[in-house]
Design a protein around this ligand. Structure first.
Ligand code: 2P0
Length: 323
């Protein structure tokens, strides 16, 4: 009754921000992402009838707040498979946790995949994705590799459908991540979304426009049209941050170096370098580019004052059981 799974974070090019009113963590909007092969979460789950409660260690340290969320996620897997046994979970990230690098996406994708395998569940990836979505919306996308779309499907067999739209080797984009601050962010995504839904006058418009954003991005991906993908991805990112900024009090996830990096990426693209930016609920800048652009992008972002480190990743596969 033990299994180990690995999963990778994903970066949304069409962003998820906001929950549907029906609850159970159904996203208010669809999203489209790329899964990053170069950053990895590795999670071992061992179910043990002798345990009085679930236990959770992240990077070797017991973490009480995260443990409650892990336990709630395990409850969803247990409920689905009709099991009532507690588990010991240990997880490792080879990248900074909770700093806008989507550690909850890879974390919950790996957790659901390992827990389900440990219990011999035999769930298919679409079902695992919907379970992972209930634990953390973006985690559904990390069940799959390459280019992934998640759509709310009211009235469907499941409340959301997640699927791969292109495999990693069908369009091998690269991502350079400029880390402009390490350490956990000030406002977690779930809390930030709730505040935005309640208080931003622009949130309803964001939800209304989202299907058009998804259609535009899906067309660009299927046509391998980098310019078109750059245009819609930067728009979705900036529109999401506009909605965040318009909450009360406004959510400002960027720092000065974040903004400087956005300008550098725009300058590069103006000079013909195939690169665009995206930024999540944190201050790191993700520069998505064609493989030949990686050296120029690294050099440009590495020279921006305030950039502490660069990470680099190609696209990768979905969550999988390794032991
Ligand atoms: C995304 N983010 O699409 C967006 C862009 C952050 C900004 O999904 O509340 O950690 O656990 O469902 O999945 C981060 O949100 O939120 C996120 P919950 P999650 O990648």
């Amino acid at each position: 009754m033990a299994a180990t799974a690995v999963a990778h974070p994903n970066i949304a090019l069409v962003k998820y921000w906001g929950k549907a009113p029906e609850g159970d963590n159904v996203p208010a909007v669809g999203s489209l992402s790329i899964t990053l092969g170069g950053l990895t979460t590795r999670t071992r789950v061992r179910f043990d009838p002798g345990l009085a409660g679930d236990r959770f260690r992240l990077d070797g340290v017991e973490d009480g707040a995260a443990a409650r969320r892990v336990s709630r996620c395990l409850d969803r897997v247990r409920d689905r498979l009709g099991v009532r046994i507690h588990a010991e979970v240990s997880s490792r990230n080879d990248f900074p946790t909770a700093a806008g690098l989507a550690s909850s996406a890879s974390g919950f994708a790996a957790l659901v995949t390992a827990a389900e395998a440990a219990l011999g569940g035999g769930l298919d990836p679409a079902e695992r994705a919907d379970l992972a979505r209930r634990c953390s919306g973006s985690a559904a996308r990390s069940i799959f590799g390459g280019f992934v779309e998640l759509r709310p499907t009211p009235g469907g067999p499941r409340p959301t459908e997640t699927r791969q739209i292109l495999a990693p080797d069908e369009w091998p984009l690269e991502v350079v991540i400029a880390v402009t601050a390490s350490g956990p962010k000030a406002t977690g995504s779930t809390e930030g979304m709730r505040l935005t839904e309640r208080t931003s006058p622009y949130h309803a418009e964001w939800v209304r426009l989202s299907p058009a954003h998804l259609d535009e991005a899906r067309r660009a991906v299927l046509g391998r049209d980098f310019e078109a993908l750059a245009a819609i991805a930067e728009h979705s990112c900036l529109a999401m941050h506009a909605v965040m900024l318009s909450a009360r009090p406004g959510l400002i996830y960027w720092n000065g170096a974040t903004v400087a990096c956005l300008h550098r990426v725009r300058e590069l693209r103006g000079r013909g370098v195939p690169v665009f930016f995206t930024v999540d609920a944190g201050p790191q800048v993700k520069a998505v580019c064609l493989p030949e652009a990686v050296p120029a992008v690294r050099e440009a972002l590495g020279a921006v004052p305030g950039v502490e480190a660069l990470l680099h990743s190609g696209l990768g596969g979905g969550a999988e059981v390794v032991e």
